[in-house]
Design a protein around this ligand. Structure first.
Ligand SMILES: NC(=O)c1ccc[n+]([C@@H]2O[C@H](COP(=O)([O-])OP(=O)(O)OC[C@H]3O[C@@H](n4cnc5c(N)ncnc54)[C@H](O)[C@@H]3O)[C@@H](O)[C@H]2O)c1
Ligand SMILES: [Fe+2]
Length: 385
């Protein structure tokens, strides 16, 4: 079996690791840091551990805290101008996927002649980047270990920049930063991470032994901990397991890419600003049901990992796969996420447009275990309505 596997060079997993950030800046020879985050993180004071460590160790820093959720092109361009005006030599991303994705593009484009418009797509970045440390505060996108940034272009399109240049130097996992993450964001971002594991495990072209191992372990950890993380947010063990699970899932899908769940989720984010994880959750059971003829044996393997007791009472792959989908539906309901497109204000007459837009996500649809055409996609949106 031939495959390539790439990941972030160094992963640090320790509660309070963010308080030691200066140590990691020294290792990467960063003396003038740009800290990239969003206003929500700043209002919670989550950046303070980092700024204190930098101050105490006489490392210069400036803060860009204007990242928006699902960052649009203008925010990225403003952030890059800010970085150029401040003579920085390293970047720290702090936040959810929106902040981490912005930090990656700043690191890649600040000292480059290329503009953001030049680099959409796969392998378009021509230069190396500034040193980059990523500190996730959601568990989550896995952006700290992926070579991907997602940007909202125009009114409603989400486009990816994919390049090994974007793989950070250090992923710093400090689960204490997620203790105050509200239940609905914990739920949505947690399902996003679980979908990364599921879609990596069934990824049609690049699935490999490393991505399988990571996806299985990620899904096992997160399926056991997501309910506690949502209902008892202060539980550090559950938060740590979710954080680690999300990173493992990120490593898996960075190498065995996600597929139709994400392809159908993106238009919901683009048109309706439904949070990324919730968009995934809304279409997840319906896409998996569609995939059954091609992927039941793989869903059965995932079922063996997360609901072994149920599986011991079942004979066929189809039954185990059905139990797997039912268990996901149970988790989604238990953690309080809405389950119908109708209940998040999606209009029925927009489903045709959503299906057309989902078809544009060829980069993702080619990874789906079962081929999907526009009529199939429309039928899935209708089933989810
Ligand atoms: N790069 C990748 O590989 C990749 C993969 C999947 C998704 N994405 C992208 O990531 C973005 C979504 O990221 P996300 O779901 O992590 O959320 P986010 O970064 O968009 O943040 C969502 C909200 O959560 C708040 N928040 C974050 N951490 C918090 C904390 N610890 N406590 C309280 N509030 C907190 C933020 O302030 C924000 O308001 C989307 O743009 C999506 O397309 C990227
Ligand atoms: Fe995702």
């Amino acid at each position: 079996m031939s495959f390539v596997f790439n990941t972030t060079k160094s992963i640090v997993n320790a509660p309070n690791a963010a308080s030691e950030i200066a140590e990691y800046c020294y290792k990467l020879n960063i003396k003038n840091v740009l800290l990239v985050t969003d206003p929500g993180i700043v209002s919670l004071g989550l950046h303070q551990k980092i700024t204190t460590s930098l101050q105490d160790n006489a490392i210069n820093f400036v803060v860009f805290s204007e990242v928006e959720v699902d960052p649009p092109t203008e925010v990225i361009e403003n952030a890059i101008s800010f970085a150029r005006n401040n003579n920085i030599d390293g970047v720290i991303g702090l936040g959810g996927g929106s902040s981490l994705d912005t930090a990656k593009l700043i690191a890649a484009l600040t000292d480059s002649k290329q503009s953001l418009n030049d680099v959409f797509g796969i392998d378009k970045l021509e230069n190396s980047r500034l040193p980059l440390i990523q500190i996730p505060t959601t568990a989550g996108t896995g952006s700290e270990v992926t070579p991907i940034s997602i940007v909202t272009t125009g009114e409603a399109m989400k486009m990816g920049i994919v390049s090994s240049v974007l793989l950070p130097d250090i992923a710093l996992l400090d689960a204490t930063l997620t203790i105050k993450l509200p239940p609905h964001i914990t739920a949505a971002t947690g399902i996003d991470a679980m979908v990364h594991a599921i879609e990596a495990y069934t990824s049609k072209i690049k699935k490999n032994i490393y991505s399988d191992m990571l996806a299985l372990q990620a899904l096992t950890l997160m399926s056991k901990n997501i309910q506690t993380a949502v209902h008892q947010g202060e539980n550090l063990a559950a938060r740590s397991n979710m954080m680690l699970g999300a990173t493992l899932a990120g490593q898996a899908f960075a190498n065995a890419p996600v597929a139709a769940v994400h392809a159908l989720a993106y238009p919901l984010g683009g048109h309706y600003h439904i949070p990324h994880g919730l968009s995934n959750s809304l279409v997840l059971p319906h896409v998996l049901k569609f995939n059954m003829p091609s992927a039941a044996h793989l869903y059965a393997e995932l079922a063996e990992a997360i609901i072994p007791d149920t599986c011991s009472t079942l004979d066929s792959d189809t039954e185990k796969a059905e139990a797997f989908i039912q268990h996901l539906e149970y988790l989604i309901t238990d953690i309080g996420l809405p389950t119908r497109l109708e209940s998040v204000a999606v209009t029925q007459d927009s489903l045709v447009t959503l299906a057309k837009d989902a078809m544009k996500q060829e980069r993702l649809l080619i990874n789906n275990p079962r081929p999907m055409n526009e009529a199939d996609i429309l039928a899935i949106y209708q089933a989810a309505y």
